[in-house]
Design a protein around this ligand. Structure first.
Ligand code: 13P
Ligand code: SF4
Length: 330
């Protein structure tokens, strides 16, 4: 093994013997090492199926906060691993591929955000969980798409609020709550890609189909959606609904759990503008594979590291989110 090469690549670049039963080995390693595997709904179906827990970003943070495992393997993107590490500084937090970033988190560089916050000293800072730990360190309360609206509404109506970094989620909350939060101008490249026109055409083909949209989608799409919510909220709606057809405007990984839970229903992934690419898949999320998960457990690398001073500041707004969510029964 050449660790220097791994460092350069950001994952364990070790070919896995094809005679190995990967699922069995992953299972053996996780028990041997007292590791818990957490996976986001945007991971491939095979990663979701092998994980101990599958959920949205709020659930991943909640599980990380309460696990007694020694190792947390986060099958998700970097900020999800960082959140787990900030919550559990003494545990080893691994991600199968360190290159699994997030365009939304990247749209909010910590130094620029800190400057913006400093320019508005009388504002409360609410940040989406899709941010680096350094951004969370200058935040008053973190939110996810599951609790964002309710957490914003827990502040007085005239509270001056900075909301970052997603302009679409922030714009949606402003619209439904009648607030005028100051928005950071960031966005997710996957959710901005969905084509309103193609969804309208699909609706002509399936007139009874309901459009389920994540609030990271552009305002025009959110306006035509029947249901707007986090991955967990869209899944919950689909399970409880009597409808048969759904057009799903979020990363297509969620369809795996939707189809598993509702095999009799029809889930149609919303098409992106550019139909020559699979733009409704998050290229960052999809960097994680079963082979990389196996290698990560085997070599206990790559490990997420967060500067102690930043982590000590970032943990406060995350705890605040977890406390408010518990009070709200989320
Ligand atoms: P959820 O909060 O629904 O898990 O969304 C996370 C995410 O990255 C959306 O793009
Ligand atoms: Fe980030 Fe978008 Fe990927 Fe979610 S789908 S992890 S917001 S890049």
């Amino acid at each position: 093994m050449d660790k220097k090469d791994w460092l350069k690549k950001g994952f364990v670049d070790e070919s896995v013997d094809s005679s190995i039963d990967l699922r069995k080995e992953i299972d053996r390693l996780r028990h041997e090492k007292n590791a818990v595997i957490l996976a986001h709904y945007y991971q491939s179906g095979e990663l979701q199926d092998i994980a101990d827990y599958v959920g949205d970003s709020l659930a991943l943070a909640q599980w990380a906060a309460k696990t007694d495992a020694d190792i947390i393997v986060m099958c998700g993107v970097h900020f999800m691993g960082e959140t787990a590490k900030v919550l559990c500084p003494d545990k080893k937090v691994l991600v199968p591929d360190l290159n699994a970033g997030c365009s939304l988190a990247d749209s909010c560089p910590a130094e620029e955000f800190a400057k913006f916050v400093a320019e508005h000293p009388d504002y409360t800072v609410i940040s989406y969980v899709n941010t680096t730990a350094a951004v969370k360190a200058v935040t008053d309360v973190v939110v996810t798409s599951t609790n964002a609206r309710q957490i914003v509404e827990s502040f007085p109506h005239d509270e001056k609020i900075i909301f970052g970094p997603d302009r679409n989620l922030g714009g949606y909350i402003n619209a439904v709550t009648g607030r005028q939060m100051l928005l950071w101008d960031g966005a997710c490249h996957v959710h901005e890609q969905f084509s309103v026109q193609k969804i309208i055409e699909l609706k002509q083909q399936y007139p009874d189909a309901q459009v389920l949209a994540h609030p990271e989608c552009k305002g025009a799409l959110v306006k035509l959606a029947d249901v707007v919510g986090s991955t967990a909220a869209l899944l919950k709606y689909a399970v409880g609904s009597d409808n048969k057809n759904f057009i799903v405007a979020t990363e297509s990984g969620i369809l795996h759990e939707m189809r598993k839970k509702c095999p009799e229903k029809n889930f149609i992934p919303a098409p992106p503008e550019d139909s020559t690419c699979a733009c409704n898949e998050c290229n960052f999320m999809r960097l994680n594979t079963l082979e990389k998960l196996y290698n990560t457990l085997k070599y206990e690398w790559p490990e997420i590291e967060v500067d102690r001073a930043i982590a000590e500041k970032a943990v406060r707004p995350i705890h605040r989110m977890l406390e408010i969510s518990a009070e709200l029964g989320l």
